[in-house]
Write a protein that binds this ligand. Structure first.
Ligand SMILES: NC(=O)c1ccc[n+]([C@@H]2O[C@H](COP(=O)([O-])OP(=O)(O)OC[C@H]3O[C@@H](n4cnc5c(N)ncnc54)[C@H](O)[C@@H]3O)[C@@H](O)[C@H]2O)c1
Length: 667
C-alpha cells in the first residue's frame, strides 16, 4: 500500500500483526501506576472503542500488557509502516490544502529526527503528546484526508471527535488538550486521566502541531542572554570576554551555549550527566568539554584575557563551579540555571558531592535521602549565588523553578517582604518588558514545499520587511528590531533546521503581518510554495502562566487565564486554519493555560484578509491586557497601535499616585 492509501484507510480493515518495540528507540519513561483494578478495566474498555469487536479479545490482552509495562496504552501495533516526517504538502492525500498542511505539521511533530519519544507519540518535554495512541493518529489523518473546506475537525486531547459541518471561514481543526474541571488539575490527576485514555498533556507546541525542533529555544535563549547583558553592561560595552554561568545541557537547556556564542560571550555551562554534555559537544552545540575544576579555571581566565567568544561545558555539578569561581575571583556577569527543577526529586536536579551514578541509585533506593541531599545542595547553591550577586553578578531565574524550589528547601532567596524572590524571572526583567509588552514574540513559519530554497527566499523577504519597518520605528523598539534583523540574516548559517523547513523570528504585530503579506504575495506570484504561519504558545497573548509568561503582570490578574482563552476564541473567528488551547506546558499541569494557532497562506486574497485580521488580534489582545495591568511599555505599544488603527479602541488604565494609596486608613 502507498503512503496515501495507508492514510486514507485509517484503522486498517484487517488486524495488523503485533510489532516488536524498535531496539534503538528512545522510550518514554514508565508512567506511575495510579489506576485501581476497576480503572484499569475502564482504560482497556476505552482503548477498545476504536476497534471492531472481533479484535477485542486479542487486543485486550495486549493493551493490558502495555498498561502494566508502560503505565499507558500506546497501541504500538497500529503505528503505520511508512516513514513519518514532514513531506512536501503535495504528497498528502487531501481534498483541501489546509487539511494537507495540518497533516504535514502533525507528521513533523512525530518525525523520529524531531520527536523525543516518537513511539509513544511524545514530541518534547517528556510528556508533550501529539496523540495518546496510534489509533488516534490514524483516524485523525483519515479525517483530514476526507475533509472538505466547509468542515471542522474537533480534537479532544488527541481524540478526533469527528468532522462537523462549518464554513470555509471557520478553522479546519479545533484542538483542546488537558482541559479539566479546575479541581481535577493536579499532577496526579494527569497521571490518572491520561492512563484512562481521556486526556493528554499537549505541552505547548506538541499537541498543537507547531514544534520546530531546537531552533525555537535557541532564538528565545539568545534574545534573553543578549538583553540580560544589555541590562548590566554600560552603554557601548559588549559581552565579549564576559561570563555567562549556568547549568544544564539537556533538551532545552542545551541551547544555552549556542545562544551564548551568538550573543558573543564566554558561556560556562555545568552538566552532571557526562553523556548529555558529550552529546551536545558532538552536535556542535558547545565548543569545549572540561571535566576538572583547575582546568576550567585556567581556560576561563585565558578566554577572559583574550576576549574570546567560546562556550565551555563543565562535566560536574554547577554548585562546584559557582564556588570555585568565587574562590578564584572570577567575576560572573550573568548567572542563571536551567536544571529541571520543575522535577526536583526524580533526577531533574542533582546534589553536589555525590557521583551521577550514585545519585541515580539514591533516587531508586533511598528517595528520602536523595531529597535531603537535593535540599542541602539547593541551600548551598542559593548561598553561593548570593555571594556572587553581592559582588555585582546579575542572576535571573530561567523558568525552571530554581527560586521556587530553593525557597521551599529553605535557601536564602526571599526578598525582604517575605513574598517575592530576591531575583527576577527572565520574563519579569527581560522578555516581559523588553519583548512581550511591545508585542515581540516567537513568530514562526514553515515552507510546506519542503524545499530549502523556499526557506532561503522567506528569510530574505523577512529581513527586507524588517529593515523597511525599522527605518520608521520609534526609538523604544529600535533595539528589538535590530536584534531580529541580525538573527534572520544569520539564521541559515546557524544551521538550526531539523525536520520541516521552518524558521522562528521574534517580531511584533506589524512585523508579523507585513512579513506574512510579503510571503502571500510571493506565493501568488509562484515564487514559493504555500507557507504555514504559527508561533510558540510562549508569547505575548497566548499564555497565562503566573511564574513565567505572565510573571510581569502585577495587578493580581496573573492567576487568571482570560487572556489565553480570548486569544484562541478570537483567533478562531478571524481566520486561523487551526487553533489550540492547552492546560499545562512548560511549567506543569494545572500551572498554565496556553494557546496557539496555525494559518496556511496559499497566495489567495482570502489568505491576505485572514492574516491581516488574525495576526493583528493575536498580538494586540495580549498588549491590551498587559497595558491594563499598568505595564508602561504595553501602554506605549497599545496607544501607538490605536493611533494606527481607527477601529481599535481599548480601555486604558489611569495610574494612581503611590501616596494616595499609602495614606489610606486601611488595616
Ligand atoms: N525559559 C524557558 O523558555 C524554558 C524553556 C524550556 C524549558 N525551561 C525549563 O528549563 C528546565 C530544563 O529543561 P530541559 O528540557 O533542558 O531539561 P533536561 O532535564 O533535559 O535538562 C536539564 C539538565 O540539567 C542537568 N543537571 C541537573 N542538576 C544539575 C546540577 N546540579 N548541575 C549540573 N547539571 C545538572 C541534568 O543532568 C540535565 O541534563 C526545565 O525546568 C524546563 O521547564 C525553560
Amino acid at each position: 500500500m502507498t503512503f496515501q492509501q495507508q492514510i486514507k484507510q485509517g484503522i486498517p480493515a484487517t488486524l495488523p500483526a503485533a510489532k516488536p518495540y524498535p531496539k534503538d528507540a528512545n522510550r518514554a519513561p514508565k508512567r506511575k501506576d495510579v489506576l485501581s483494578l476497576a480503572e484499569k478495566q475502564l482504560a482497556i474498555r476505552n482503548a477498545l472503542r476504536y476497534f471492531p469487536t472481533q479484535w477485542h479479545a486479542e487486543l485486550a490482552a495486549e493493551f493490558a500488557q502495555e498498561l502494566n509495562d508502560f503505565g499507558r496504552i500506546y497501541m504500538y501495533r497500529f503505528k503505520p509502516d511508512y516513514a513519518i516526517k514532514a513531506r512536501p504538502i503535495s504528497e498528502y492525500p487531501a481534498k483541501c490544502q489546509q487539511a494537507a498542511a495540518i497533516m504535514l505539521m502533525i507528521d513533523n511533530n512525530l518525525d523520529p529526527a524531531v520527536a523525543q519519544h516518537p513511539e509513544e507519540l511524545i514530541t518534547y518535554g517528556g510528556n508533550g503528546a501529539v496523540f495518546q495512541n496510534w489509533a488516534q493518529y490514524r483516524l485523525t489523518m483519515q479525517y483530514l484526508s476526507e475533509m472538505d473546506a466547509d468542515q471542522t475537525l474537533h480534537m479532544y486531547s488527541g481524540h478526533p471527535m469527528g468532522l462537523f459541518p462549518s464554513s470555509p471561514e471557520a478553522p479546519r481543526v479545533v484542538v483542546t488538550n488537558g482541559m479539566m474541571i479546575p479541581n481535577y488539575s493536579k499532577p496526579d490527576d494527569w497521571e490518572r486521566f491520561n492512563a484512562l485514555g481521556v486526556t493528554q498533556y499537549g505541552q505547548m507546541t506538541a499537541g498543537s502541531y507547531m514544534y520546530i525542533g531546537p531552533q525555537g529555544i535557541v532564538h528565545g535563549t539568545t534574545i534573553t542572554v543578549m538583553n540580560a547583558f544589555r541590562k548590566v553592561l554600560a552603554k557601548g560595552d559588549t559581552p565579549k570576554g564576559k561570563i555567562f554561568l549556568t547549568a544544564g545541557l539537556g533538551g532545552m537547556s542545551g541551547a544555552q551555549p549556542k545562544a551564548g556564542n551568538i550573543a558573543n560571550c564566554i558561556t560556562v555551562c555545568a552538566e552532571v550527566n557526562a553523556k548529555a554534555a558529550i552529546k551536545r559537544h558532538q552536535q556542535g552545540w558547545v565548543d569545549e568539554l572540561i571535566d576538572s575544576l583547575p582546568a576550567l579555571i585556567a581556560r576561563v581566565k585565558q578566554a577572559q584575557a583574550q576576549q574570546e567568544v567560546v562556550s565551555i561545558a563543565y562535566i560536574g555539578n554547577v554548585v562546584e563551579v559557582w564556588e570555585a569561581f568565587d574562590e578564584h575571583d572570577i567575576f560572573v556577569h550573568l548567572g542563571s540555571d536551567q536544571t529541571s527543577l520543575h522535577n526536583p526529586w526524580s533526577g531533574g536536579y542533582y546534589p553536589v558531592g555525590v557521583s551521577y551514578d550514585e545519585a541515580n541509585r539514591l533516587i531508586r533506593e533511598q528517595p528520602e535521602l536523595f531529597k535531603a541531599k537535593v535540599q542541602d545542595t539547593l541551600k548551598r547553591h542559593a548561598a553561593i549565588v548570593n555571594k556572587h550577586t553581592a559582588k555585582g553578578t546579575y542572576f535571573f531565574d530561567y523558568g525552571n523553578a530554581f527560586l521556587l524550589e530553593a525557597s521551599r528547601a529553605g535557601g536564602d532567596v526571599m526578598a525582604n517582604n517575605g513574598i517575592d524572590f530576591k531575583y527576577p524571572s527572565y520574563v519579569q526583567d527581560i522578555l516581559g518588558p523588553m519583548c512581550f509588552d511591545y508585542g515581540f514574540g516567537p513568530f514562526r513559519w514553515v515552507c510546506t514545499s519542503g524545499d530549502p530554497a523556499d526557506l532561503d527566499k522567506t528569510d530574505a523577504m523577512a529581513a527586507q520587511v524588517l529593515q523597511r519597518i525599522m527605518a520608521e520605528a520609534p526609538e523604544e523598539i529600535q533595539q528589538q528590531m535590530q536584534d531580529n534583523i541580525s538573527w534572520i540574516l544569520e539564521a541559515k548559517q546557524n544551521k538550526l533546521v531539523v525536520g520541516s523547513q521552518a524558521r522562528i523570528l521574534y517580531a511584533d504585530a506589524q512585523g508579523r503581518a507585513e512579513i506574512a503579506l510579503a510571503f502571500n504575495d510571493a506565493i501568488a506570484r509562484g515564487e514559493i510554495g504555500p507557507v504555514v504561519l504559527g508561533r510558540d504558545h510562549h508569547d505575548v497573548s497566548g499564555t497565562d502562566s503566573p511564574y513565567r509568561e505572565t510573571s510581569n503582570i502585577y495587578d493580581g490578574s496573573r492567576f487568571t487565564a482570560d487572556m489565553a482563552i480570548h486569544n484562541v476564541i478570537g483567533d478562531s473567528f478571524r481566520g486561523a486554519t487551526w487553533v489550540s488551547i492547552h492546560n499545562g506546558g512548560g511549567v506543569g499541569w494545572g500551572e498554565v493555560i496556553n494557546g496557539g494557532f496555525g494559518m496556511l497562506l496559499d497566495g489567495s486574497a482570502d489568505a491576505e484578509r485572514r492574516l491581516r485580521s488574525m495576526l493583528f488580534f493575536d498580538v494586540n489582545n495580549g498588549i491590551a491586557r498587559r497595558s491594563w495591568a499598568r505595564n508602561s511599555e504595553a501602554n506605549f505599544a497599545i496607544q501607538r497601535e490605536m493611533a494606527r488603527t481607527p477601529k481599535l479602541k481599548v480601555t486604558l488604565a489611569h495610574q494612581v499616585a503611590d501616596d494616595i494609596i499609602a495614606q489610606l486608613p486601611l488595616a
